[in-house]
Design a protein around this ligand. Sequence first.
Ligand SMILES: [Fe+2]
Length: 227
Amino acid sequence: MTTTLTVPREPQNAAQDAGIKETLDRMIDEQMASLPDLRLLSNAERRDIIARYTSVLEGNFIYWMTATVMATKSEEAKPILLENLHEEVTDAHPVMMRKFAVAAHAYPDAADSLAVDEALTNMRRFLGRLQGVPSLLTMAYFEGFIQKFMPYLAELAAGLGSTEMEYTDVHGVCDIAHTAGLIQAFEVEKANHPVGPEVDLFEGVDLLRALIDTIVYNRADAMAAAA
Ligand SMILES: [Fe+2]
């Protein structure tokens, strides 16, 4: 069984049976494999991908993790999320993100922000519904993807002549533990507060994958994947 952005995936029960970590890993590897060949990108394309990524990550990661804490009902799961937020805030990860983009001459402008607007709004609306279990799964995908995306992002910046790599260095390492923590929090929340069969566990993951596609390709049809 394979999962792609365009082919409808199996119901979430099949994914649960396969093991949620394995399912997320497979989906992340598939999205990584869909990225354009770095050697074929122009400098303008490299700059645009960094700019759209920054326009999403700089202002939204802490917001979305905060929404996920608010959505999580299990007291045992909350410390995992708060530890993640603590690191984000005390180490000022948005500062790293901004420095990374500025050094690559890829800080987002209005066009970059508007290019991701619709896909970003969909994610904000989804997380605003404060559904603990699917929100945790979405953030686990996000952490897992970010960690694997870091070498690619670093190469984009290096190709533009930048040597400012604190953001990619930090997130290539710390997000391994963050991803494992979020999967653990997801399992705890799902056990304590089971969701009904009417809840699509992967709704947020699909919206996030569409957002990442928009970051990479700036294409409106990426939205169709989440429909
Ligand atoms: Fe971070």
